[in-house]
Design a protein. Structure first.
Length: 87
């Protein structure tokens, strides 16, 4: 019976140690976060404006491309249906 009790305490000890080391791990994590946040660079106003213009232009270019593809495929399917229904 005493052996079972010893085995149980040995099995739970790593869990207790891990739980006890929680605050240390949290402090270490928060220090790492603070170090990484010091590396963050805020973009300048001109950088934000430039990237915004690029994004808007890209959106319009892709919208025009997909509209063109949609019209071509749509007309192609319409022609196919007209051809198949004539016979």
């Amino acid at each position: 019976m005493s052996k079972a009790a010893v085995v149980e305490t040995n099995e739970t000890t790593p869990g207790i140690q891990r739980l006890a080391s929680g605050p240390e791990r949290l402090i270490s994590f928060l220090k790492d976060v603070r170090q990484e946040m010091h590396k963050v660079v805020t973009p300048t106003r001109s950088e934000v404006q430039t990237t915004t213009i690029v994004v808007i232009a890209t959106v319009f270019i892709f919208a025009a491309y997909f509209e063109l593809v949609d019209v071509v495929i749509g007309k192609g399917i319409d022609q196919l249906f007209l051809h198949l229904t004539k016979h």
